[in-house]
Ligand binder design. Structure first.
Ligand SMILES: Cc1cc2nc3c(=O)[nH]c(=O)nc-3n(C[C@H](O)[C@H](O)[C@H](O)COP(=O)(O)OP(=O)(O)OC[C@H]3O[C@@H](n4cnc5c(N)ncnc54)[C@H](O)[C@@H]3O)c2cc1C
Length: 427
């Protein structure tokens, strides 16, 4: 049976918990069966247990084997799409609710870490840097919009002179500093959620790929060695959903994103790269994002691909993006390079939904899943317990199918992505 180990990343090398959970065997029953052991599944399991539901969570590989154990660890405020675009998409009132949920998501991550004493290097602040003239010019108005319309006072504009004191990153002429954002060690956060769910007596199984399920008054879920009968099913598979649920798969597109970890840097270099130890991200369509680890490694994410295969030399693939921003790291050793798969949607807002009365899903977090998938778990638990209001705010955001459905969506997406990444390169 396939049960892949965690990818060889700096995160796996510094995981502070080794869970070794058994595969599902034999027949079981419970109130809710959850598929997927990332933030969505783990947070759903934990929140459902707090509401008194019995829960079985099935993970094909290891807990947090997917994007939740491999990502940049940025916990951004708001939604993946900026508020002005959201206002156009769903109207000002819904945009306001989505903004509030976005802030709640960050608070929830912090609360879970505090309440369950999860040791995951939680730190504060994100410096979002812009390179193109148009992007820089738009920043002050964006800040003002958040301050005046949403009353958000934790963000401010940084001009080029101040930015030069804050970072040696090259090619950026302005930034916003969002002190409400957080960043963390993503795998240790996920493992801490798993520990909390186990302590709350959720049953978690690793090496338990769900092969199929049938849906009637009850849901019957099958793995190669076991079966679960449940009143409800939650799908938390995100970029790894594959063919398990074709009814939901056409609304998301799996794409691959890549990261590296340098060797530990001298303290003076680390402070030059990111003076205040915030996370950083840029305004390119294929976004670059980076932060420092507790032992002063630069954890840098950049580059995407759209096929199932990862580049043979991931370190080299990501390093070229890093050197465009920090040429001073030319001679720095790269200790780790890894990739992961996430799911995006056409509108870059997550897709929450129901498939009949007893099957729920949340996916397509489009690179914003650390806070939003964690919140998704809470909202999934709410909707199952009969309070649909907040789940429906998310489910009400349009999530159109990719043109061409699950079979033909790739060519159009790849053409679009390549067009925009070419625009990035041309500046
Ligand atoms: C390189 C990278 C960098 C990123 N950086 C950031 C960032 O900085 N900030 C941010 O907010 N987001 C980021 N993201 C996105 C974020 O990681 C995801 O949105 C989030 O982790 C999604 O969580 P999830 O639980 O829904 O999915 P996942 O963590 O991917 O978990 C899905 C799980 O489902 C399991 N599964 C799938 N099919 C089955 C089956 N049939 N049976 C049983 N189990 C199954 C998989 O094995 C997997 O473990 C990044 C993603 C990547 C790949």
């Amino acid at each position: 049976m396939q049960n892949e180990a965690h990818v060889d990343s700096w995160y796996a090398a510094t995981a502070n918990l080794q869970l070794d959970l058994p595969p599902l065997a034999g027949k079981h029953s419970c109130d809710v069966c959850v598929i997927g052991g990332g933030y969505t599944g783990l947070s759903t399991a934990l929140h459902l247990r707090q509401l008194g539901y019995s829960v079985i969570l099935l993970e094909a590989n290891r807990i947090a084997w997917g994007a939740s154990g491999r990502n940049g660890g940025h916990v951004a405020t708001g939604q993946r799409v900026d508020q002005e675009a959201l206002e156009k998409l769903v109207g000002p009132e819904r945009a306001r609710e989505l903004w509030r949920l976005g802030l709640e998501a960050v608070d929830l991550v912090c609360e879970l870490i505090g309440h369950h004493a999860i040791d995951c290097e939680l730190k504060q602040g994100n410096l979002h840097v812009a390179s193109k003239r148009g992007d820089i010019a738009a920043l002050p108005a964006e800040v003002e919009h958040l301050q005046t319309v949403y009353g958000y006072d934790q963000i401010r504009f940084i001009d080029s002179a101040e930015l030069a004191d804050m970072t040696s990153a090259r090619g950026f002429g302005g930034a916003t500093l969002d002190s409400g954002a957080r960043h963390l060690h993503p795998l240790n956060f996920a493992l801490g959620l798993a520990r909390a769910a186990l302590d709350a007596r959720a049953q978690l199984f690793e090496g338990s790929r769900v092969l199929s399920y049938s849906q009637g008054a009850k849901v019957n879920v099958k793995t190669s060695r076991g079966e679960v009968e449940a009143d409800y099913l939650v799908l938390g598979c995100n970029g790894y959903l594959d063919k398990l649920e074709p009814r939901a798969a056409g609304r998301i597109m799996p794409i691959n994103n890549y990261m590296l970890a340098t060797e530990p840097l001298p303290e003076a270099t680390a402070r030059r790269l990111i003076r205040d130890d915030t996370s950083m991200s840029d305004s390119r369509f294929v976004i670059n994002y980076w932060k420092l680890s507790a032992d002063n490694r630069l954890l840098f994410g950049g580059g995407e691909s759209y096929s199932r295969r990862f580049p043979a030399d991931i370190k080299g693939f990501v390093r070229k993006y890093m050197l465009r921003i920090y040429p001073e790291l030319e001679h720095t050793k790269i200790d780790y390079g890894w990739g992961g798969t996430l799911a995006i949607t056409l509108k870059r807002m997550p897709d929450f939904g129901r498939l009949g009365p007893n099957v729920f899903y949340a996916h397509g977090f489009s690179g914003h899943g650390v806070p939003t998938a964690t919140l998704a778990g809470k909202l999934l638990a709410e909707v199952i317990s009969g309070t649909a209001e907040r789940f429906d705010v998310m489910a009400g955001v349009p999530a159109p199918r990719f043109p061409g459905g699950t079979l033909l969506r790739w060519p159009g997406l790849v053409a679009g992505m390549l067009f925009y990444s070419l625009r990035d390169r041309l500046g």
